[in-house]
Design a protein around this ligand. Structure first.
Ligand code: SAH
Length: 308
């Protein structure tokens, strides 16, 4: 079974413009699909540092990328710790950084990890199994308000409160332990289909984002990656839903605008300087053939910027 089919593979490699002997970082190395092509493209002596906070991903890419020997370093870490990782390797600047957000197909399809409402499994949802709280813990301890916020803000579910209320009521009788138990509960509140997708889709998305602190990580990760890019180096980010894409877009807009002082001020007081130039005015999306071959690519959006 393939670990994960890389999304927008050609597009990412084209946009990163890897050069011979360059040094690249893949912040979400997963099964190593993107990393492998980047390594080929910067061969025969370019290097790549791959991060992932899931030890199974590190093990899988270690095997998959073994042919590259000393050209690759794999580190189990949250990408918000990129600065510490690079410092420990004695690196001060890199030629390109890639992010491919969200969960891998392996993580998603493995029932034991609890990401999919279509597979019976424990309500875990931690991408990094050393993280503290699981989805089950969140469902057990969060207040009605907190749960409603998770489903509304992270899940973009309009009827978040009704779902939260049902959870709080049911958990007094019996704790929520499994994915299918939660999916059934959501169905009783929202019906089987809701807003064009299965009613549990948004609730599961919200929980997953909360458990893994995904949006906060993304904001911090982008900021560090931007700082470590050499001038002319590129940042490529693939997002899979609108909350992620909004954060990426906002970051790029912020970093690509210089001084924001009103024009009538005699001198700049904001101190802002442009650090990135946006390469993709509009996000790059997968071609039809790719979506046909890999339906999970459907919502992917790639945004690219270059350090000035
Ligand atoms: N590009 C990869 C697939 C990446 S899937 C390939 O071609 O195979 C996304 C990966 O990002 C998952 O393995 C997940 O564990 C990892 N990930 C998500 N958030 C992370 C974070 N904050 N720090 C490190 N890795 C993260």
């Amino acid at each position: 079974m393939t670990y994960h089919t890389p999304v927008l593979l050609e597009e990412v490699v084209t946009q990163l413009q890897p050069r011979r002997g360059g040094l690249y970082v893949d912040c979400t190395v997963g099964g190593g699909g993107h990393a492998r092509e980047i390594l080929y493209a910067c061969g025969p002596d370019g290097q790549l540092i791959g991060l992932d906070w899931d030890e199974e991903a590190i093990a899988a890419s270690r095997e998959r990328l073994s042919e590259f020997g000393g050209r690759i370093q794999l580190v189990r870490a949250n990408y918000v710790e990129l600065e510490r990782v690079l410092m420990s390797l004695g690196i001060t600047a890199v030629d390109g950084v890639a992010f491919d957000l969200g969960v891998s197909s392996r993580q998603f399809d493995e029932p034991g990890r609890g990401f999919s409402f279509q597979r019976e499994g424990p309500l875990d949802m931690r991408m990094n199994r050393q993280l503290g709280a699981t989805a089950r813990d969140v469902l057990r301890t969060a207040s009605l308000e907190e749960l409603a916020k998770i489903f509304r803000v992270y899940g973009e579910e309009k009827r978040a409160r009704a779902v939260a209320r049902q959870i709080v009521e049911e958990r007094q009788r019996k704790p929520l332990e499994t994915t299918t138990q939660l999916a059934r509960l959501v169905e009783t509140v929202l019906g089987r289909r809701h807003g064009g997708v299965h009613s549990a889709t948004r609730v599961f998305q919200g929980l997953r984002i909360a458990v893994n602190n995904e949006l906060d990580n993304l904001k911090r990760g982008l900021e560090v990656a931007g700082r470590f890019l050499k001038s002319g180096g590129r940042l490529a980010v693939i997002s899979f839903h609108s909350l992620e894409d909004r954060i990426v877009k906002q970051f790029l807009v912020e970093q690509s605008s210089g001084c924001i002082c009103p024009p009538d001020l005699p001198a700049c007081v904001c101190g802002r300087r442009q650090s990135l130039r946006i390469v993709t005015r509009k996000p790059v999306t997968p071609r039809e053939e790719e979506v046909r071959a890999n339906p999970r690519a459907r919502s992917a959006k790639l945004r690219v910027a270059e350090k000035v």
